[in-house]
Design a protein around this ligand. Structure first.
Ligand SMILES: [Zn+2]
Ligand SMILES: [Zn+2]
Length: 436
């Protein structure tokens, strides 16, 4: 074990206090190695995220004081004794991660060694925890303890330990060129946006439009030229709606545009948000993306009422084939159900609270709607998210510009005010520098 004596006794951390709207910056004990699989990370940057607001507002079903935040990037400062070069048969980081390595952590811990992790469902590893919850202290602090660190972390100092579709030289160059604030988007919001888009575009309900073959021939490799059904040009146009244009919604939209462009799918994409400044941001982002990143389909950014009318018009009253619901409340889901076509899919990646769903089994039956819910397996989604991050530095690489996803980087002293302003929709994504 690397000597933990280099760690201070106490650190500054952003703490949530029950019942709601109470964020304090406090001195708390600095973390220590508790298990041989642990790593301690000195946090360089920790981000504030839309899903932090569920706990902030008291909707998280949580009643314990804890350190907030599940998005952080930093440097390894201590490793448990299971990190040794002689380790075999475990995730590569147990034999290769070193003190001093730069790492980004997915927002949940995962072991990387069980059936669930092997299948890529890393967000639901039975040994997993969510950072920034009563079960595991978060990353809006100077230091964070990462359990199962060999299965969880990404070592940015040694990219041979993770895959990417990019050629090695481009991958290496990207890692030296891209800023830490941009790489931090890989902790949650960019993988989550990519997850929403890829779940939708690969969903069986979307297959007829993508393949040009009717259900169920869309699942067959057979030639269908003898089939009596032939699609019109407009049958081949995929209509997608993104509901919610916060930072994750923008990531989902950018990712969907990229997926449609690279697959050369004709499309109509409707991005919806009731907040005008968020709509403006989305439009500025769209204008910033080059032609290769947005294909040749129709793209509109609309208010809720405008979207109701527009989706009807665009689809002759049929509705959209895929809806990405990136808000996580019942009114967003209600709107999703209203806008989706019969035989459509709703992919929801927002964190839903306790209220019952606004749709009944009968509603879903009557429209043959697939409802796809849940947390992004950020570790499994890291490679495609990294590739999109590299490609879309025009949007993901800057801070505080009109097309930037990140609005500002502030010190921990501004945490309380940042939570308030983010909750009110007055600022976009805020990042904390705990050493500023
Ligand atoms: Zn997050
Ligand atoms: Zn696992």
């Amino acid at each position: 074990m690397t000597s933990p004596q280099t760690l201070p006794d106490t650190q500054k951390a952003v703490r949530w206090h029950p019942p709601a709207y109470d964020i304090r910056v406090e001195d708390v004990p600095a973390p220590r190695i508790q298990h041989p699989d642990d790593a301690i990370v000195k946090v360089k940057l920790g981000a504030l995220c839309g899903s932090d607001l569920h706990i902030y507002r008291g909707h998280g079903g949580v009643d314990q004081v804890h350190t907030c935040g599940h998005e952080f990037i930093g440097e390894v400062v201590a490793l448990g004794e299971n990190f040794r070069s002689s380790v075999q048969g475990r995730p590569a980081l147990y034999s290769s991660l070193k003190v001093g390595d730069k790492v980004v952590s997915p927002f949940t811990v995962n072991c990387g060694e069980c059936h669930v992790c092997r299948l890529g469902y890393t967000a639901r590893c039975p040994e997993g925890f969510l950072f920034g919850s009563p079960a595991l202290e978060g990353g809006q602090a100077q230091y964070a303890r990462v359990p199962k660190a060999g299965g969880t972390l990404f070592n940015l100092s040694n990219p041979s330990t993770w895959s990417s579709a990019l050629p090695n030289d481009i991958k290496q160059k990207a890692l030296s060129d891209i800023s830490d604030s941009s790489l931090l988007l890989l902790a949650d919001i960019l993988p989550t946006g990519v997850f929403a888009a890829l779940q939708a575009i690969n969903h069986p309900k979307v297959a007829p439009v993508i393949t040009g073959k009717p259900w169920p021939l869309c699942f067959s490799k057979d030639d269908i030229s003898g089939n009596e059904v032939s699609f019109t040009k407009s049958d081949r146009v995929l209509t997608v709606v993104v509901i919610g244009l916060g930072p994750v919604g923008i990531c989902a939209t950018v990712s969907m545009l990229d997926a449609l462009a690279t697959r050369n799918v004709p499309f109509q994409l409707v991005a919806v948000d009731p907040n005008e400044s968020r709509r403006q941001k989305m439009m500025t982002v769209y204008k910033t993306i080059d032609a290769a990143g947005k294909g040749s389909g129709t793209f509109v950014v609309l208010s809720i009422d405008e979207a109701r009318t527009q989706v009807k018009e665009m689809t002759n009253g049929v509705g959209a084939t895929a809806i990405l619901e990136v808000v996580g409340n019942t009114s967003a889901l209600d709107l999703a159900y209203e806008l989706v076509r019969a035989f459509g899919v709703i992919t929801s990646v927002g964190v839903h609270g306790a209220p019952p769903l606004p749709v009944t089994g009968r509603d879903l039956y009557n429209k043959n709607v697939s409802l796809d819910f849940g947390r992004c397996p950020a570790r499994a989604m890291f490679p495609p998210a990294f590739d999109l991050l590299v490609k879309r530095q025009d949007v993901f690489g800057t801070v505080g510009e009109p097309a930037s996803l990140i609005d500002r980087i502030v010190d921990l002293g501004q945490a309380t005010e940042s939570y308030r302003a983010f909750d009110k929709g007055e600022v976009g994504k805020v990042i904390f520098d705990p050493w500023k």
